[in-house]
Ligand binder design. Structure first.
Ligand code: TXE
Length: 495
């Protein structure tokens, strides 16, 4: 068998192997076979990259750059991503099995993050405070935090990175990126573009490996000032705890169990497409998946007939083909988890009206495919209604009226997103106000933008990414006092 291509990590402007010299395999979810070798970083690599990122943030060219020069570098990086969007998208598809149609669109959109935050870099202004102290000039500066650890998940590696890296570098920090061990290749390809854009060495670094081997040593490393994390609730809580003990800044973007609510007065054809895009797009592997479909009782049967008929037409198969609609699940543990949840739902007494197991179709080859699955008769107290599956499994829960919908929708630990389908503006506005979620979509689903804050209520996370407020979470405020008095007054009394 031909030897697999070997990737290198990017530390301090150099392409390096792990200190151990070890590699691990990255798999293609469509073929189920390994296609690349990724360096297996560990504690020594963590120490090395943390020092490099600290050095680059305190000495050398980066801290000397003006904010507009940082912005120009980010915009140049945006241009390079636009140039190589297709190639990067193909790498992501090979690694995470998501559709080329979806990853291509994402990659063509990602440059906007670097243009937007590049533009924001030189618009971060402090203020002059008309202090009540006599003979005193008082102003504020907004300064970077230092090395930021950006930990990403496997579902959309470069998009999740853009959420973090744009504001991180615009604010003048340095970055250490730790992509998921399942999908490291696209971030390593991306590092080549950062190098080409001309960022000084050590400003942007990528290390690869497993969470407990290189992720944790970085989370607790004294040089790391902030951790920005996207992943599971469980790992997020661990990262939070480990970082809190060392008083680090943390932002967390975790999972969800988002309600997608269809009222009887909705345009039912549109609502049906919204339900599909909420759960079967990206094979359900998205943090905002509308995995709890709440349908008003009076239209339940009519709506379900429409939904099932449409869902049955979904084309499964090779994610690198443009007309494929449902691809494989990204990882073997995820495949196992999704199938286990299907069994849990059956055991709990939910009715499986579609799918309900592995997809053994010829077009699915040896890949990790699960049939698009729909359960009706789900009670909100069931595990299948409360826990994140992160796969193509939809739980349908009937509701009576507006109050009932709100109660069911909010009765969950998560609060990342919610969808509402109605033609009544008063109802839409009430829902927007009362749903406990960081994002509420009315008559649409899965819309995101670099301009719009994104993040979770409750267990879905801490802090917000995207939009102008994101940059503040990568900065700290310093107050500067300058005395214009000719004499220092009584030194024993506070001024
Ligand atoms: O996530 P993890 P996994 C959910 C989804 C899925 C589950 C598991 O429900 O089934 O998470 O996925 C790094 N210190 N989401 O196992 O473990 C790890 O290497 C520091 C929701 O991939 O949370 C990877 O880079 N880092 C999610 C990242 O954390 C550690 C998207 C995420 O891994 C670490 C993906 C440690 N101790 C999965 N342990 C979303 N919010 O969209 C692991 N990591």
């Amino acid at each position: 068998m031909a030897e697999l291509p070997k990737y290198k990590m990017y530390i301090d402007g150099k392409w390096v192997e792990a200190a151990s010299g070890e590699y691990f395999e990255s798999f293609n979810p469509f073929t189920g076979k390994p296609w690349a070798l990724i360096p297996r970083g560990g504690a020594d690599d963590a120490a090395r990259v943390a020092e490099a990122a600290y050095r680059a943030g305190t000495k050398g060219d980066w801290p000397k750059l003006k904010a507009s020069q940082r912005g120009a570098l980010l915009r140049k990086l945006g241009d390079l991503i636009a140039r190589d969007a297709e190639k990067l998208a193909q790498t992501e598809v090979r690694d995470n099995g998501k559709l080329i149609a979806e990853m291509g669109a994402q990659l063509r959109y990602i440059p906007q993050w670097y243009y937007y935050f590049g533009g924001l870099a030189d618009k971060i202004e402090g203020s002059v405070i008309p202090t009540d102290k006599p003979e005193m000039f008082n102003f504020t500066r907004h300064e970077p935090l230092g090395p930021c650890l950006l930990i990403t998940a496997w579902n959309s590696p470069l998009l999740l990175l853009a959420y973090k890296l744009g504001p991180c570098l615009a604010a003048g920090n340095t970055a250490i990126v730790k992509p998921s061990e399942f999908t490291s290749a696209s971030t390593l390809e991306f590092a080549k573009l950062v190098e080409e854009a001309g960022f000084p060495p050590g400003v942007f670094n990528v290390v690869t490996g497993f969470g407990n081997e290189i992720g944790d040593p970085l989370v607790i490393h004294p040089r790391v000032a902030k951790v920005a994390f996207t992943g599971s609730e469980r790992t997020g809580a661990k990262v939070y705890e480990r970082a809190a003990a060392r008083l680090k800044r943390v932002t967390l973007e975790l999972g969800g169990k988002s309600p997608n609510i269809v009222f009887a007065d909705a345009d039912l054809d549109n609502a049906m497409k919204g339900a599909i895009s909420g759960i079967f797009a990206a094979t359900g592997q998205t943090c905002v998946a509308g995995s709890r479909l709440l349908v008003q009782e009076s239209i339940h049967n009519e709506f379900m007939d429409k939904l099932v008929a449409f869902a049955k037409t979904a084309r499964m198969g090779d994610p690198s083909k443009l007309d494929t609609q449902v691809g494989p699940v990204t990882t073997p543990p995820q495949y196992k988890k999704v199938l286990e949840y299907i069994d849990v739902a059956k055991g709990e007494g939910a009715t499986c009206v579609m799918g309900g197991g592995p997809a053994k179709r010829p077009e699915c080859g040896e890949g990790w495919f699960v049939e698009p699955t729909i359960f009706t008769g789900v009670k909100n107290s069931m595990r299948i209604a409360q826990e994140e599956v992160f796969g193509p499994v939809l739980s349908v829960i009937p509701f009576k009226d507006d109050e009932d919908a709100i109660e069911i929708a909010n009765d969950v630990l998560y609060g990342l997103a919610a969808g509402v389908w109605t033609q009544n503006i008063r109802r839409a506005m009430t829902m927007a106000e009362r749903l406990q979620a960081g994002t509420v979509w009315i008559n649409t689903y899965r819309a995101i933008s670099y301009m719009t804050p994104f993040g979770g209520f409750k267990h879905s996370g801490i802090g917000r990414e995207n939009g102008q407020e994101a940059i503040r979470s990568y900065m700290q405020t310093k107050a500067v006092w300058i005395s214009t008095a000719t004499e220092v007054p009584n030194p024993f009394v506070m001024r």
